[in-house]
Design a protein around this ligand. Sequence first.
Ligand code: HEC
Length: 169
Amino acid sequence: MRHIGTVLIALCLTACGAQPPKTAQQKEVAESSGSADAGVRPLKEFMGHVVQRNAEQLWAWSEEISDANGFRSLAPKSDADWLNAESDAMTMAELASIIGSQAYAVDDKWAEFSARLLQVTSDASTAAEKRDFQRFSAASSAINDACVACHLHYVPELEGVQRDAVPKP
Ligand code: HEC
């Protein structure tokens, strides 16, 4: 651990200036969008790389596995687990705020969908703080519902639904 800390500090001394060198992957994103330098990541990249990954990390706490080794739940057990679950939920709440920000909002409906996501991610965070697994698990499902509700409205094909099949508001 201490070794990693030293390496990070060393990296920061050389790379935390105004113009840190870009990795190949960052360059690819910048070139495909043309907007990385403007500070707003394209929504598709933000959803696919940041929101989805963090959501999966949060949902994993509510998973149950049944295989050759029998049945087990991945629910938080130790204090460290609960702290991590709380951090995952809080991270999702921050991401919900970014989704709802001026950078991505397109209309009033968008504000409603992102506010709902903020509400249920904050609820998951409170549930983790209280070590209430039932509430945490229910909030995790509600988070999934909040993602799907917005997709069904704006990008129904993402949820495997034809655009024409979605009733207009
Ligand atoms: C307020 C609306 C809204 C909410 C809430 C929302 N999304 Fe999205 N999401 C979108 C839109 C619009 C797109 C399509 C972006 C594009 O293709 O340009 C998208 C695309 C995606 C994609 C596809 C990315 C790709 O590479 O094509 C994933 C994955 C995704 N969202 C995950 C999530 C998850 C997980 C959540 C909930 C934790 C969530 N989204 C919540 C609006 C939303």
